[in-house]
Ligand binder design. Sequence first.
Ligand code: CTP
Length: 478
Amino acid sequence: MTETRGRLANRRIALGITGSIAAYKAIELIRILQTEGADVRVLMTPSAVEFIGTLTVETLSRHPVDSDLLSLQGDGRIGHIAAAHDVEAIVVAPATAHWLGAMANGLASDTITAACLATSVPVVVAPAMDGGMYSHPATQANVARLREFGYEIVDPENGVLASGMTGQGRLAALTRIVDAVVEALDGAPAAVTLPAAAMPAGFAAQPVDSTPAESAAASRMTAPSRNDLAGRHVVVTAGGTAEPIDPVRFVGNRSTGKMGIAVAEEALDRGAAVTLLLGHHSVEPPDGAHLVHVETVAEMQAALRAFTPPEGPLFNILIMAAAVSDFRPRHVADRKLGRGHGLKLELEPTPDLLAETAERVKAAAGAHGRHPVLVGFAAEVGDLDRASEKLRAKGVDMIVANDVTEEGSGFGTDTNRVTIYATDAPPEQLPMLSKREVAELLLDRVVVRLGGTVRPDTAGAADNAPNPEAPVSVEAGR
Ligand code: CTP
């Protein structure tokens, strides 16, 4: 778990490890950075991988190691480019003579040089090598060049080296390196982050705090941002569930998945890693999302449970836009039922997945109350009065309610008129908008709850609309 106090509390740091014998010390550096509150993701050169492997590093950092220049993350982004944009500082420790030379000349032949070239965040470099190698004019020229780039160099120390000889080449004391990172970040505002949780490969969870006091403080920030969900993992449910009656028929609903898919697209555009738990749908899901196809309530429940282990949720934001069936046949026939003399179906209620997930998330959050932002949808018929009760009963932060009988606001429409109910604000009616615009305004509010910024042009829009959750109907399963 990331410490919430410390000089690097809520900071996202990339640690680059290159192939020096001192690479083993980087393991301890990860722990110290974490103790200071940082969420550390690691980039390694292939030779560093030869020295210390990746298993320990991945286990400690709780992120996959990026050591392959051509590897894609689960969200489709190139790993080192994602790191370059998602972190607040890069520290390269230990940095070999070869790496210093490559960096000084802009040769992006490993993930660390590539990330450093692509980033605009502070870079701290701690060289480690044989004393003769360090004092060589070539190395000194490379170090000088890196200083010209504005990189902070933490000089190696004098002492006994791996060769048994004495010289200036020992990796600096780890506390000096950490101090340099703190100093490099001094003055830059910290992102608000969640306890780091182990993520499915390719995803990095950033801690969230949804306490009302911090939300209120966050809402005073108005700097525009189009990348305000970078480093966040958003789980979106979309589409409708289908409960089998027999091998060809099911109890389903009219959801097309449009609203949830619009939310997923908007989150991707804002830099998030997105997992889409997708039921029946009739529009294309976005390319960049990690898709988990589900058919039944039980399958969606299993997927949600996988993302909410007892140690803590594996996402920063959950948006449940799917139309989850409220009933399912108590018995499922294993053969196609004939027309015969008609059919009497006995339906049993399904579990409330949103309420259950909120409970699991809050149990994991414990006494400090920090948890991801949880958003449900409510498809109502007529007035929306029940939405505020659902907000309370399901234990979520927001409910987005709409009247599915209103023209332009039901299933399959491209538009929606919603009212957003939140635990920390009065109900907010949005006007009739496209589902994408609804998604945008909703995520603006979610970003505020995360402690981020909201774009001034969309802050505080008033008035209404989206999504699915459907009346049960019995349809042919085609
Ligand atoms: N939901 C859920 N599990 C269910 C039914 C609904 O997680 N079995 C979720 C939906 O995805 C939605 C929210 O709960 O985000 C509200 O759904 P809604 O159908 O409006 O509420 P219900 O609790 O089903 O209440 P009712 O059907 O009585 O309106």
